[in-house]
Design a protein around this ligand. Structure first.
Ligand code: ADP
Length: 326
């Protein structure tokens, strides 16, 4: 794409001006064509200064999701090897599942700037306004179905690590699949299996993060927060997406190498409410006890008056003792 070729040329000369004549010779297009593409790039959020005598200089790339910026930020081997970026999708997980059924490769990623019907567990709604990171990864890992279930844990650890590396911000993991800051949810994960009876063809890891939008953009009923709310400034969504892919790839490789204990201890180090009294809701049933940890399969271990009980992620909700979301 001509636009991307121009960007490559400008990015190869940081803080320098590249003349229109040089771009036109190198890319074999007219200077008018270049000018036109520069205007499109400015509309996409690139800050490019044009000087009649000196040419063009790339000052800043956009913080909003952009294919070129995202690819440039990527440091992975297989994750993000193919990226589909759409302005709006119903649900990135639904789209990724369809891609997987059609043979989509390991590491293929689907991202939408907004989702019209994003999903949580058990078909619950996930609010996905513009400015968030709504992304699904297709994985065909070298794992058994039982081990694959640990990928949700691995994804939680990857997101916490990315936040810490990029923003020096420590968030916590709320079992099984939520990321929280100060008791408010900032991100969620939805892992789904594509396959038929007993055979896994692919796994879909859906990641939803409240990033560059004010808290008010979400329903007031939710106990939620956004990165903008916490940090007080907007961040580069492309860098965040690339950072998460980097940490997720590392975690997937660890799982493939059977480093389960390492994953479990990493997860426990980042978990919230460990050692606290919690209530587990399974439909109408309520069970109370102390949150002791997780089993190697990722099931929650609860110490109750009747001994230790374990709960798998698919069926339950966790609440703090006083009934609040924690
Ligand atoms: P749970 O937290 O009970 O495990 P899920 O992981 O399935 O639930 O996530 C869906 C729930 O998350 C919704 O029912 C809603 O309460 C909440 N929610 C929806 N959108 C957002 C969002 N953007 N940020 C934080 N919480 C949200």
């Amino acid at each position: 794409m001509l636009r991307h070729d121009i960007l490559h040329l400008l990015a190869a000369h940081p803080e320098k001006y590249v003349s229109g004549e040089r771009i036109s010779q190198q890319l074999k297009v007219t200077r008018a064509a270049i000018w036109k593409q520069i205007q499109v790039l400015k509309e996409e959020g690139f800050e490019i200064e044009g000087q009649t005598r000196n040419g063009y200089c790339l000052l800043k790339t956009p913080f909003s999701l952009n294919e070129w910026v995202l690819k440039k930020a990527l440091t992975t081997i297989s994750l993000g090897s193919k990226i589909t970026l759409e302005d709006e999708l119903e649900s990135t997980n639904v789209w990724a599942k369809e891609l997987a059924r059609q043979g989509g490769a390991h590491g293929q990623v689907v991202i939408a700037r907004s989702q019209s019907s994003g999903k949580g567990r058990l078909q619950r709604q996930w609010e996905s306004p513009r400015g968030g990171l709504w992304m699904s990864v297709v994985l065909r890992p070298n794992l058994s179905l039982a081990d694959a279930s640990k990928l949700t844990l691995a994804t939680s650890v990857a997101i916490v690590d990315a936040f810490e590396e990029l923003y020096s911000l420590r968030i916590g993991i709320k079992w099984p699949n939520d990321l929280v800051f100060d008791g408010s949810k900032i991100a969620g994960i939805l892992g789904e299996v594509v396959g038929e009876w007993n055979t896994v063809q692919a796994l879909i890891l859906g990641i939803g993060i409240n990033v560059n939008f004010p808290r008010e953009r979400l329903s007031p009923l939710l106990k939620a927060t956004t990165l903008l709310e916490i940090l007080g400034y907007e961040v580069d969504l492309n860098v965040l997406a690339a950072g998460i892919m980097k940490h997720l790839e590392k975690q997937v490789i660890c799982l493939e190498n059977k480093a389960f204990e390492e994953l479990r201890s990493n997860w426990l180090e980042r978990a919230v409410s460990l050692g606290e009294e919690v209530r587990i809701l399974r439909g109408e049933q309520v069970c109370q006890g102390v949150f002791k940890g997780i089993s190697i399969d990722g099931a929650l271990l609860l110490e109750t008056d009747d001994g230790e009980k374990s709960f798998s992620a698919g069926e339950v909700q966790v609440r703090s003792k006083i009934g609040e979301y924690f």
